[in-house]
Design a protein around this ligand. Structure first.
Ligand code: HEM
Length: 404
């Protein structure tokens, strides 16, 4: 596809205020051509009904091998080799490979395992809040939103405590749109680390961690290649971490922006489940992703056709503000009916970690608001900025005061 003249660019300015741009693009059509943050021409699916089609119709493929082939044909030359190292995971594959890998994860990442994490999530939350209680002002991302999911995912996977500090740098670097060199380097470091960790767990199995459990199911049936195992851990780490950080942070920001919602939550902590669902719909942690590519021409609504061999971004955040699907779509209100939002995707790739993310978000936000009822922004609202990422919708920093 050649870039149409005047095609909107998903640039820094767009990503600071995506919802204003999404509203405009939804009016233009169910899918529009845009220039992605790394300069590639792509289609963006803007509306709810069409996004559901793109998430379920097999003509929208996620297979990274055919995607690599497509890039090679279009751009000439080889796709970077480092990309391949960690790409053999289920989010990048179609059935039957996707089905096989997803079944393996389902065997070990069970509802029982997630439910068993509740007391530990509560305990970590209290420890972080206790530590914050000594301060008058903190960066809520550093002190809380980041620390909780990081600790939970590392414990779940069996990453030793002493290695955990490296993960912020690595997982953030991997998702950054602006700096390809940094993304490459951090991805390689993370890959090397995971290889060493798997080796270690093979010789010293953990008690109840996912790496040990995956090694067992893998070695039992030998249905998971070494590359698939490394890629799966990479996916669980990255998908399970940055997203949950920003679910918590975006939720707290929405509550600060809407004091009546915060007061209602304080009066009735049971509303937290609805507050989290509404955050996922209104300002979820994923901006636009996720990518697919067409393996045939696909006609969407209003006769708009995305030709074969095009790259497609399914605009989850845009779909979740579609007034055709949600009443009061542009308003943050826990009484809105957020059911059916697409923040966790839809169809065969529906987020494996959704129950864990919800549990962490609910516990974190409820306890934070209970412990620090006067929590407020420490800087002017309009000085807050968002990270330059087409995937993650997340603040750069989130300075708050804890008491009046
Ligand atoms: C898939 C969002 C937390 C693991 C997905 C997808 C979305 C998503 C939109 C589907 C992508 C697509 O169809 O292309 C989120 C959000 C989260 C979150 C918004 C937090 C609020 C987690 C957690 C984990 C996790 C905590 C694991 C610990 C995964 C995995 C997949 C996935 C493994 C791939 C599933 C597949 O391909 O079948 N997530 N996620 N996610 N997520 Fe999450």
């Amino acid at each position: 596809m050649t870039v149409r003249h005047g095609c909107p660019a998903i640039d820094e300015e767009f990503l600071q205020e995506p919802h204003r741009h999404f509203a405009q693009l939804r009016r233009e059509g169910p899918a529009v051509q845009v220039v992605s943050p790394n300069g590639l021409p792509v289609w963006l699916v803007t509306r709810y009904a069409d996004a559901r089609v793109a998430l379920t119709d097999p003509r929208f493929s996620k297979d990274y091998r055919s995607f690599g082939e497509l890039l090679r044909r279009k751009a000439g030359g080889e796709p970077p080799a480092w990309l391949d190292a960690l790409q053999a995971h289920m989010l990048n594959l179609d059935p039957p490979d996707h089905t096989r890998l997803r079944k393996l994860v389902a065997k070990v990442f069970t509802a029982r395992r997630v439910a068993a994490l509740r007391p530990r999530i509560e305990e970590i939350t209290e420890q972080l809040l206790d530590r914050m209680a000594d301060e008058s002002e903190v960066d809520l991302l550093d002190a809380f939103a980041f620390a909780l999911p990081m600790q939970v995912i590392c414990e779940l996977l069996g990453v030793p405590a002493e290695d955990r500090d490296n993960f912020r740098t690595w997982s953030q670097g991997v998702l950054e749109a602006g700096d390809q060199e940094r993304a490459r380097e951090t991805t390689m470091r993370l890959a090397e680390y995971l290889v060493a960790l798997i080796e270690r767990r093979r010789h010293e199995p953990g008690k109840d961690d996912l790496i040990t459990a995956l090694l067992e199911v893998r070695d039992e049936s030998d249905r998971l290649s070494e590359q698939e195992l490394i890629s799966m851990l990479f996916l669980l780490l990255v998908a399970g971490h940055e997203t949950t950080v920003n679910l918590i942070a975006n939720c707290v920001l929405a509550l600060l922006d809407h004091p009546a919602q915060k007061a209602a939550l304080r009066a009735d902590p049971g509303r937290v489940d609805a507050v989290i669902e509404e955050t996922l719909r209104y300002d979820g942690p994923i901006n636009m992703a996720t990518l697919r590519h067409t393996v045939e021409d696909v006609e969407l609504s209003e006769g708009v056709t995305i030709p074969r061999d095009e790259t497609v971004i399914v605009g989850l955040a845009s779909a979740n503000r579609d007034g055709e699907r949600f009443d009061a779509a542009e308003t943050f209100d826990a009484d809105n009916d957020a059911q059916g939002h697409l923040a966790f995707g839809h169809g065969i790739h529906f987020c494996v970690g959704a129950p864990l993310a919800r549990l962490e978000g609910q516990i974190a936000v409820r306890r934070l608001v209970e412990r620090f009822p006067d929590l407020a922004l420490a800087v002017p609202r309009d000085s807050l900025t968002y990270r330059f990422s087409g995937i993650i919708r997340g603040l750069e920093t989130f300075p708050v005061t804890l008491r009046q």
